[in-house]
Design a protein around this ligand. Structure first.
Ligand SMILES: [Zn+2]
Ligand SMILES: [Zn+2]
Length: 367
């Protein structure tokens, strides 16, 4: 069968004839891949900066954001059947008996770092005609999500951040009561796919939601945010301190750019009892100036939390299915518009080597 392979040693990317996977255990599912989204991680792997083939193999099948259709299930599988749509999770647990996270089915909190990730680290990904995996790694999605289901994995980033932040916010009723005049206010930094999906998540959860990003205020991203009931401000026009004065108390900041300068600018704007979640993958950019003593003092005196998040667990995938169901009912056109283009598998190598175009490019493998 056809698959998109990255060869790190020869620095090659091409469509290959990859061995057809087959059901080998009664707990497994065979699925055909419908669509696979491309993100910054895929582009890093395609630039050979990242990504590891399975042991003993010279290539890695790329792709971790996917939508699949179940073709066949093993005898022990009861919660999926032929014809179901599903999204497979990405990370698989490490082998260490001492890793309490992986042994508790929470590989997203793996302690050893020896986990595997499909399409990223030591396991082939989803840019292939068919895949097999254990049923526990699939989340079923309803048929009404067929058009947008490939966006579920990037939506889990914001969903996991919300679950983590809710531990504190959920215990403060005035932050979660949507009828309250003190309705919680959230600022999202970055209007890429993860930021826009997080904005939809927050608006659907009744947060007063602001997005601050580099695109101009009349840009498609800005218009999309305003269309779903959020507010958009361009960081080209105003520093975040000005936006914070306009917003008032910011309960939640969700960072989705990986730009250290923007995170440093945002930190002092967080309100009392607020949570600041970092989800961008930062690179080494040299020193960034921040008045650290003032920031840490404020963190303490205002009961604030700063945390990072990576890779979603089963709870975030299930939460994202719920949120996406709400979003597709409320904003079907806006949600679908995040998929900026669809391409056949043969175009994937050029797509990966070129600059990103639009919010989300998707490779259509079967229809
Ligand atoms: Zn991704
Ligand atoms: Zn582990």
């Amino acid at each position: 069968m056809r698959a998109l392979a990255v060869f790190p040693s020869s620095k090659d990317i091409r469509v290959v004839d990859h061995p057809e996977p087959r059901l080998e255990r009664p707990s497994e599912v065979l699925a055909r891949v419908l669509e696979v989204g491309i993100c910054g991680t895929d582009r890093e792997i395609a630039r050979f900066e990242y990504g590891t083939p399975p042991p003993g193999q010279d290539y890695l099948v790329l792709g971790h954001e996917s939508l699949v259709e179940v073709l066949e299930v093993g005898d022990d599988v009861t919660d999926l059947s032929k014809g179901d749509l599903a999204v497979p999770m990405v990370r698989r647990p490490c082998a260490s008996k001492a890793c309490i996270a992986c042994r508790s089915n929470r590989a997203d909190f793996c302690l050893t770092g020896e986990y595997e990730e499909r399409g990223i680290v030591r396991r082939h990904g989803y840019m292939a005609e068919r895949i097999v995996d254990d049923a526990q790694w699939f989340v079923r999605v309803p048929p009404e999500l067929q058009e947008v289901g490939v966006l579920l994995e990037p939506m889990t980033v914001g969903a996991k951040a919300m679950i983590e932040a809710a531990g504190m916010m959920g215990s403060l009723p005035w932050l979660t009561d949507s009828a309250s005049e003190h309705r919680a206010k959230a600022v999202i930094i970055g209007a890429g796919a993860v930021g826009l999906l997080a904005a939809m998540t927050l608006v659907s959860r009744e947060f007063e939601t602001w997005v601050w990003s580099r695109e101009p205020e009349g840009s498609p991203q800005g218009r999309l945010i305003e269309a779903i009931g959020g507010r958009y401000r361009s960081n080209a026009d105003r520093p975040l301190a000005d936006l914070a004065a306009e917003v008032g108390n910011i309960s939640f900041i969700f960072e989705a750019t990986g730009v250290a300068r923007l995170a440093a600018e945002a930190a002092p704007t967080l309100g009392p009892n607020g949570s600041f979640c970092l989800s961008g993958v930062f690179s080494h950019t040299g020193p960034v100036s921040i008045e650290l003593g003032h920031f840490l003092r404020t963190l303490v005196l205002r009961n604030q939390r700063l945390f990072g998040t990576v890779n979603a667990g089963p709870d975030a995938f299930r939460a994202a299915v719920q949120v996406m169901g709400d979003c597709v009912r409320r904003w079907p056109r806006e949600l679908a518009s995040l998929i900026s283009s669809r391409h056949p598998l043969e175009e994937a190598p050029d797509l990966l080597r070129g600059p990103p175009v639009g919010t989300k490019s998707v490779v259509r493998i079967a229809s």
